[in-house]
Design a protein. Structure first.
Length: 356
């Protein structure tokens, strides 16, 4: 028998299911450190891994593995064992047989949750004519990409070598269409750089520069890769414009969806700045129970909740962090309610949800 649950070792699978049905929200996991409290036993995991590897090909869901990972509450692409465990928890919550296998019934349910029709082609088979067609120009130091998303011209300024750049830009453009139009209209230029100029250069994650902070990047080309003339042309010459900064490391992650979470976290700060904030009056970190962030800042927790709301509205709360007494559905709805009471959502209908 693998693992423990709430300090107890289970005798059989039926005991585990009954205990989970009674105490589902006590599940604990920590994907960052590689620990997980197992729900399936060793033989069930082995069977799920074997069958999933077959279904990944025959049902064609493997190209969507990143989207599936985030749907079931994971923040990175899992290995086969981890996938089976997380799928079993998700199945239990959805009223499906919790066997950890993405078979026909589970895949159909996931497709509906992800906004995919069961007959949708895999990404590799989508005709090239359906791809987005951004405008691309080059300067001596960078690549400048613009495209229209609704009535908004979105701009990316790339000063680092990024593998699969087109795929990542197109994923970002597609997800930007999920924003409320009012939010989309205020997002600042996105700069993809090697490092951020701080007391010590920061070369991971992202960061948002408010308009009054943009000049901090002047004279820092050796760190960011961005020449002063580009900051002047693309930011300072635009009224009240900040910078959504994404590091090369963050934008190059193997999981494109993980990249999207970084982008939309920093984008949330842009929305918050221009529209009065993502915090309702009196909000604290405790209002955002269900999401986590390395720094105990209520603004960062709000940005994390916002990013998850836009990208995975059915799974805003993370596996292992759902408060006792709540399900993922009630936890996610609570966080949506908190965001909806913020100034940034003042003019957004309470029933608004990101489109599929």
């Amino acid at each position: 028998m693998r693992g423990t649950y709430n300090g107890r070792r289970f005798l059989n699978f039926e005991d585990r299911v009954m205990e989970d049905l009674l105490n589902f929200n006590h599940i604990s996991s920590d994907w960052a450190t590689g620990t997980f409290d197992y729900f399936l036993d060793a033989s069930q995991i082995n069977r799920a891994v074997r069958v999933n590897q077959q279904y990944a090909r025959s049902l064609g869901w493997h190209p969507y593995l990143d989207q599936i990972a985030y749907l079931i509450g994971l923040d990175r692409t899992p290995n086969w064992d981890e996938l089976a465990e997380a799928v079993a928890y998700w199945q239990l919550e959805q009223g499906l047989d919790p066997d950890g296998i993405i078979g026909p019934n589970t895949w159909t349910q996931m497709q509906m949750a992800l906004g995919l029709r069961p007959s949708s082609p895999s990404p590799a088979s989508v005709p090239a004519s359906t791809k987005l067609s951004p405008s691309i120009s080059r300067s001596g130091s960078g690549v400048h990409i613009t495209d229209r998303v609704g009535s908004k011209t979105v701009s990316f300024h790339v000063y680092a070598q990024i593998p699969g750049l087109e795929e990542r830009i197109q994923a970002t453009l597609r997800n930007l269409r999920r924003l409320p139009p009012e939010h989309l209209s205020v997002i600042d230029p996105i700069f993809i750089v090697n490092c951020f100029p701080r007391a010590r250069a920061k070369c991971t994650g992202g960061g948002y520069l408010r308009p009054q902070e943009v000049k901090r990047w002047l004279g820092r080309k050796s760190i960011t890769g961005v020449p002063d003339e580009d900051i002047q042309t693309y930011v300072l010459s635009q009224p009240n414009s900040g910078i959504i900064g994404i590091s090369r490391t963050a934008f190059s992650k193997k999981s494109v969806m993980e990249t999207q979470f970084t982008v939309f976290h920093e984008l949330a700060h842009s929305v918050a700045y221009h529209l009065g904030g993502l915090l309702p009056p009196g909000a604290t970190v405790s209002h955002f129970r269900g999401v986590t962030y390395p720094h105990p800042s209520v603004d960062e927790y709000a940005a994390e909740a916002y990013a998850r709301f836009i990208l995975v509205p059915q799974r805003i709360c993370r596996v292992g962090h759902i408060p006792i007494g709540e399900t993922n559905a009630t936890c996610s709805q609570r966080l949506i309610n908190v965001l909806m009471r913020s100034p940034a959502f003042r003019n957004i209908p309470r029933n608004w949800r990101p489109p599929n």
